[in-house]
Ligand binder design. Structure first.
Ligand code: S3P
Length: 428
């Protein structure tokens, strides 16, 4: 589907409620599938990625039903089974589904095969296969890419120091540690999102966390209801939209502000963007807030690197759009893993933003943006079947002189089917 976006001249106003966090929704299905009993997940994500997880765990024998559009009832006896070990389990476009589930399946008493779509098949799996193999997992792959053929085995705890800061890798090892003999310790260079750890604690697992390191021992989980907070990664498109579209002033409600995810808020503050966090409250071990965003004429450039990166990895494409409206040189580095996302987000972002009129340069581990630029538009750009690139270009279209057309825009459904409807709600 081609989406045409025109400049917004009125400003964005009113308020929206941001839909459910994708990372938390995936984990709610996975962990409640491993817990004995019945529990409800409230405010489950409507994105295609989370549906991939839901359908996969149904195939593993867990009773998962929609009570209504956003509420799931999950009943499990705490054990998974695979009735057809030769039929592959499909993970769609979702790296989180494949990597975390591989950790879950490695220690089961049955065999299984994980497959994904074309983009997921291109994504690196060595990062999980290596540590899981050290734990005793038997995984065959196509040169460290899917399909992953997993022979259920006895696992043993390890003390693993990862070279990268990735929540998917960390969670895969922690979930394998849940069924392993002995203690598993996982250490990463900078702390990545900790939703798995928080949810495991909430469901009664024996898990200890100290900044960049997590210890887990074999534990049984208790089924307990989970309410999913709003997704700060989805909110980031609205945060940037409000900061760059003149005359904007609106409220985004129910945004998860777990400190391992709020790099975007720190960066906006460093760039002198006007945002205000209000009404902070706790929901099931996670903190949420309402965020007011106001158009900010005097944005300044900044450098984003090191331990900033895991706290805003998914927001870097939309931060690039923000940086086109900031005075000076914005440098984003240490983000080479962006090349391993649904698309090569460094190469694809730079090529398409250049077409729109941004002054942006590719570097091996990120990009450099020179602002402030009036984006020109009058061009057609490619989403590269990447949801976050499609949504970032949409926001760029709201401030471009002439309209832009975005090819394959429907890929926004991967994480955020409500995206455009919510922009309409605030006058886009
Ligand atoms: C995710 C972790 C991040 C992120 C992805 C979701 C998760 O990936 O980019 O969208 O839910 O654990 P990496 O762990 O590969 O950085």
């Amino acid at each position: 589907m081609i989406k045409t976006v025109r400049k917004n001249t009125k400003g964005l106003s009113g308020e929206i409620v941001i839909p459910a966090d994708k990372s938390v929704s995936h984990r709610a299905v996975m962990l409640l599938s491993l817990a004995k009993g019945t529990a409800y997940v409230r405010n489950f994500s409507s994105g295609a990625d989370c549906k991939s997880t839901l359908e996969l765990y149904q195939k593993l024998g867990v009773e998962i039903n929609y009570v209504d559009e956003k509420i799931l009832k999950i009943t499990s006896n705490g054990k998974l089974f695979n009735s057809n070990t030769t039929e592959p389990l499909y993970c769609g476009n979702s790296g989180t589904t494949m990597r975390l589930t591989c950790g879950v399946l490695a220690g089961q008493k049955f065999n299984s095969i994980l497959i994904g779509d074309e983009s997921l098949t291109r994504r690196p799996m060595k990062r999980i296969i290596e540590p899981l193999s050290l734990m005793g997992a038997k995984i065959n792959s196509n040169e460290f890419h899917a399909p992953l053929s997993i022979r259920g085995s006895n696992l043993y705890g390890i003390d693993y120091h990862s070279a990268i800061s990735s929540a998917q890798v960390k969670s895969s090892i922690i979930l394998a540690g849940l069924s392993a003999q002995g203690k598993t310790t996982y250490t990463e260079p900078f702390q990545s999102r900790n939703h798995t750890e928080l949810m495991l604690k909430y469901l009664g697992a024996e898990i200890n966390t100290h900044e960049n390191s997590t210890e887990i021992i074999h534990s049984k989980l208790e089924a307990k209801d989970i309410e999913v907070v709003g997704d700060i990664s989805s909110a980031s498109f609205f945060i940037v939209g409000g900061l760059v579209v003149p005359n904007s002033n609106f409220i985004i409600r129910n945004v998860g502000i777990n400190p391992t995810r709020t790099g975007i808020i720190d960066v906006v503050q460093r760039m002198s963007g006007q945002i205000e966090l209000m009404n902070k409250r706790e929901i099931g071990g996670e903190t949420v807030a309402d965020i007011r965003v106001i158009y900010s004429e005097n944005l300044k450039s900044c450098t984003i690197s090191g331990n900033d990166i895991p706290r805003l990895i998914d927001e870097l494409p939309i931060i690039a759009v923000l940086a086109t409206q900031a005075e000076g040189k914005t440098i984003i580095k240490d983000a080479q893993d962006l090349r391993n996302k649904e698309a090569d987000r460094i190469k694809c972002l730079v090529s398409e933003l250049k077409k729109i009129g941004a002054e942006i340069e590719e570097i091996p581990d990120g990009f450099v943006i020179y602002g402030k630029t009036q984006l020109k538009g009058n061009v057609s750009v490619e989403s590269f079947h990447d949801h976050r690139l499609a949504m970032s270009f949409y926001v760029a279209g709201l401030i471009s002189e002439k309209e832009i057309a975005i090819n394959n825009f429907e890929w926004t459904n991967i994480s955020f089917p409500e995206f455009e409807q919510l922009f309409y709600k605030i006058n886009a």
